[in-house]
Design a protein around this ligand. Sequence first.
Ligand SMILES: [Zn+2]
Length: 265
Amino acid sequence: MINFHILGAGGAVPTPTHCPAAYWIGVDKQQLLLDPGPGALVRLVKSGRAPLGVDEISIVLFTHYHPDHCADLIALLFASHSPVCINKEPLRLFGPMGLKALLGKFRDIYGTWLDPRNRSLEVTEWSDGQVLDLPGGGSVTPFRVNHPQDRLCDYALGYRFCDASGTVAVFSGDTGPCAELNQAARSADLLVVECSTPDDLATDGHLHPSAVGALCADSLPRQVVLTHQYPAAAATDLVAEVGKYYEGPVSQAHDGSSYLVDKAD
Ligand SMILES: [Zn+2]
């Protein structure tokens, strides 16, 4: 069973219904925080899905290091420095190359204030072909996507989640059209895909409805959810726009949307 809860369905510019990236994903019994953008921690705790608050977080995945996808890493680490947090399990961070350098720059500013007090910090920069095996038989597999980057890393990632019964959910991250995403999304039970703008505002390194439609028509996911909507996209009927190119079920996410997929059903 995969439960994909959207804490932030927007891009870098928050609106009341579409805040920056943040996703809380249950793969069987393992919870994962994906892309903790600004306000992610607050929205996670307010959602009621993390009764232990920060102590509930044990694995954090990053697609890339633009601030709308990772700014709350500082908030998470600073909260973990508090004696209030008592979880003694390691806090495990996974991201593309540059994660260790990013943490080093934070340390240059904050010293030891971001060191978790009661738990170790395990940092993994994904290498090609690496898979994270989850307790209970699930897994997380990263794949490279097409998104302009910063000085820390020259690529961004999408993620493919698989549960013990073979249910597959794919997250595009930020990306323009790319073959790697088409391949990862092929026949997925759930595709959560960015749709940053309407077609008339299309920008490099991002997707828009006709590009999402072409992706879906090629990959044939069983269910499609549109996310990472900047204000103009959030104000557009993206379902109708994507529907011009793809006949399958499509939803337009807002903050708080949840999608449950389970092949065992
Ligand atoms: Zn980005």
